[in-house]
Design a protein around this ligand. Structure first.
Ligand SMILES: Nc1ncnc2c1ncn2[C@@H]1O[C@H](COP(=O)(O)OP(=O)(O)OP(=O)(O)O)[C@@H](O)[C@H]1O
Ligand SMILES: [Mg+2]
Length: 230
């Protein structure tokens, strides 16, 4: 009942200036959102409705004009610079819209990077990388470079990289965009299943309603505001 939410966003607004002479474009306006421990929330809504803007604010990657975001009780506004980067690295997995793997590194190395950044000793990394790759069904593919993997396999490497640090929450911006719908379903099931298995909260942006159906809750945005939540 009084359990602390993993994410508590209160009255968030972020307006982009739309250029000389024109009115400000709403990024998001007055959005409040709570995500509980291990809860899985899908964010849906038309293109331009503010989904990515909201996710960046939740991840502490952008500053709201007003309102606040707390992650496990810690307000992003209380963290600056290196302290903010460290907190994000330890508590938020972020899967960006579009591909973000290192092209010259193998699948296993791409996953290991998260542990390197977290300061995990070399001797402890191998087994954890192997376990994370196994969790997303890529045990046989750890030695391949990204361009030797399918789009869906690359997406699963990005998921393994987010999972491996065992964050309180994973924030994922359209991790299944640009995949065919069968593969998108498969990846979404894997991401949701892994989050559930690890007790990780997940906020997942998707255009795909069949992907959203895997979540505990769907929040729909329209024109920068919450249209429905339930
Ligand atoms: N850097 C920016 N400068 C100005 N306006 C922006 C900027 N980023 C986003 N916007 C505007 O804010 C609104 C919300 O954009 P956002 O990227 O959050 O949408 P989205 O829901 O993620 O869309 P999509 O599904 O296409 O990714 C849009 O009207 C967009 O044009
Ligand atoms: Mg977006």
């Amino acid at each position: 009942m009084t359990e602390q939410p993993v994410i508590e966003a209160a009255r968030l607004s972020r307006h982009y200036s739309a250029g000389a002479g024109s009115a400000e474009a709403p990024g998001v306006s007055d959005i409040s959102l709570r995500v509980g421990r291990a809860e899985i929330v899908a964010i849906t809504g038309p293109s331009g409705s503010g989904k990515s803007t909201l996710l960046f604010l939740l991840a502490g990657l952008d500053e709201p004009d007003s309102g606040s975001v707390r992650i496990s009780g810690v307000d992003w506004q209380s963290l600056r610079g290196a302290a903010r980067a460290r907190f994000r690295r330890d508590s938020c997995g972020f899967i960006a819209q579009g591909m973000t793997l290192l092209a010259q590194a193998t699948a296993a190395e791409n996953v290991e990077v998260a542990l390197v950044l977290a300061g995990t000793p070399t001797a402890d990394r191998g087994a954890r990388v192997a376990a994370a790759l196994a969790q997303v069904g890529l045990s046989e593919h750890g030695g391949k470079l990204p361009d030797q993997l399918s789009g869906g396999q690359q997406q699963r490497v990005a998921i393994a990289r987010a999972l491996i640090i065992e964050p309180a929450v994973i924030l994922a911006d359209e991790p299944t965009a640009s995949l065919d719908s069968a593969t998108a379903q498969d990846i979404a099931r894997q991401l949701v299943g892994s989050a559930r298995a690890n007790g990780t909260a997940l906020v997942l942006i998707t255009h795909d309603l069949s992907v959203a159906a895997h979540a505990d809750r769907q929040v729909r945005l329209r024109s920068g505001a919450v249209e429905s939540d339930g």
